[in-house]
Design a protein around this ligand. Structure first.
Ligand code: FAD
Length: 431
């Protein structure tokens, strides 16, 4: 992918989307438009912002644009874990009051997402399957213990599992120890985001295949350039995650970190019988560089792993790495083929804090998902629309952090390379 692109342009199609029936995209923008509010990015954040903005200002002329197509783009490329409680990276057992607020907001947002998806009547595979978290080595155990302390202090339900118990459930002896927490939904992410986009209010005009390529501040708002037209808008919302920085916002705070996922074909019954007792499960790593694992309802294995700084790696490289990791976890199974293999960009910030708020007059931003922004992005998109209307909202920087400064290139790249080499070495048994 070109480093100068202002939007993601993936080499591989999204495996989750490929499993769904074809969908007709909304037309791309052709010509010039004006709007009261323009939202860039029709993902978890942008769709939530659009819906909330419309409910607060029903008369507003709202335009939502996306560089990709709904389901195919970044919002549908994730592993499908929708947590009802704080992410492990945010979980801090020493700040219980703050964590309780985060947990309450996250749970309420998840309930809204579920209700909205159910309202559409579309056949979305989403269920409260819970999630495993497991560690394969000392490096992972440290984070597992911290997460367990958080769950304990917050009074949240979980079960501790040793190697044998994990093996009997998921069919892998790879992990030394883990836990099971019921507070998580597992979804087919492309189907989920398609459903959420399908019930946008009629007054929100959606243009797909319409990347924003340049922002210009005008006397009474902003003008946004797209390949075949412009949008002149009073208010502008950036909900395009890592790519906000390519439009000139939070350049010193955001990085596009690519990570990769692969899906096997539906496995033979005899192969599935060699796995554990569970048939629809998900496992999150406790180490930052570890791998996410799922068995889907229809009998596939999915693995997400590996990272690329500001650049998508070639399929050949990804495929080999993902297959090795699957084989390490399931040595009893025959060698794996990956039916689908793809990458996605995570909006990464150095301290895990969010890029959120009004950055210039009339320009609002919610970005920096840090690898867990389905539910959190939905929440922050909704809160951004409320804040833009002058409503009192929870203190987002206090609750979810404020993205910290990073040095410019090439120091930044070197710093990431160095820290990822050290962390990969420390967490090498988790990979
Ligand atoms: C492989 C992988 C696995 C993951 N697993 C999980 C998981 O299990 N659970 C979880 O919570 N999170 C997960 N994540 C992270 C999750 O995908 C993101 O946190 C989430 O998608 C963020 O939502 P968003 O709407 O803020 O941003 P995005 O999903 O990045 O959406 C931004 C949208 O903006 C569009 N866009 C970008 N630039 C432009 C432009 N210039 N003009 C117009 N449109 C533009 C993009 O096409 C995209 O549709 C994973 C990510 C990856 C890559």
């Amino acid at each position: 992918m070109s480093m100068t692109k202002t939007f993601p342009d993936y080499q591989q199609t999204n495996g989750w989307n490929a499993l769904l029936s074809a969908r007709e995209a909304s037309p791309a923008l052709q010509g010039d438009l004006t709007s009261d509010v323009l939202i860039i990015g029709a993902g978890w954040t942008g769709i939530a912002a659009a819906k909330r903005w419309q409910s607060l200002s029903p008369e507003a002329n709202i335009v939502l644009i996306d560089a990709s197509e709904i389901g195919e783009g970044n919002p549908g490329r994730n592993s499908g874990f929708l947590l009802e409680i704080a992410l492990a990276e945010d979980a801090n057992p020493d700040q219980l009051e703050k964590m309780n607020v985060c947990n309450r907001l996250t749970a309420a947002t998840m309930a809204d997402i579920l209700a909205e998806i159910e309202d559409t009547g579309l056949p979305v595979d989403i269920s409260k399957a819970g999630t495993y978290r497991a560690a394969a080595s000392e490096a992972g155990l440290k984070s597992l213990n911290n997460y367990r302390a958080f769950l304990n202090t917050a009074g949240l339900e979980f079960q501790s599992l040793d190697r044998a118990a994990l093996n009997s459930r998921i069919g892998s002896e790879f992990y030394q120890e883990g836990l099971y927490s019921p507070n998580c939904y597992l979804a087919q992410p492309a189907a989920a985001i398609r459903a959420l986009a399908s019930n946008l209010p009629d007054s929100v005009r959606l243009f797909e295949n319409t990347p924003a390529t340049r922002l210009t501040q005008r006397a009474n708002g902003w003008q946004v350039q797209t390949p075949q037209g412009t949008i002149t808008t009073h208010k502008l919302v950036l909900a395009n995650n890592a790519f906000s920085k390519e439009l000139g916002i939070a350049r010193s705070r955001l990085v596009a970190m690519y990570t990769y996922a692969g899906l096997t074909p539906v496995l033979e019954k005899s192969v599935l019988d060699d796995l554990g007792s569970e048939s629809n499960w998900g496992l999150l790593p406790t180490h930052r560089l570890g791998s996410t694992l799922r068995q889907t309802k229809d009998g596939r294995l999915m693995l997400r792993s590996m990272h690329g700084y500001e650049k998508e790696s070639p399929r050949s490289e990804i495929e080999v790495g993902l297959k090795i990791r699957l084989q390490k976890r399931f040595p009893q199974l025959p060698s794996f083929e990956l039916e689908h293999c793809w990458g996605g960009a995570v909006g990464f910030t150095y301290n895990g804090g969010a890029v959120w708020g009004e950055f210039k007059p009339g320009l609002f931003v919610s970005a920096g998902c840090n690898g867990g922004g389905t539910v959190k992005g939905t929440l922050l998109g909704k809160l951004l629309a409320e804040a833009a209307h002058g409503l009192k909202v929870p203190d987002v920087p206090e609750l979810f952090g404020r993205a910290s400064w990073m040095p410019p290139e090439p120091i930044r790249r070197l710093g990431f390379k160095l820290s990822s080499t050290i962390e990969s070495h420390q967490g090498r048994h988790e990979l």
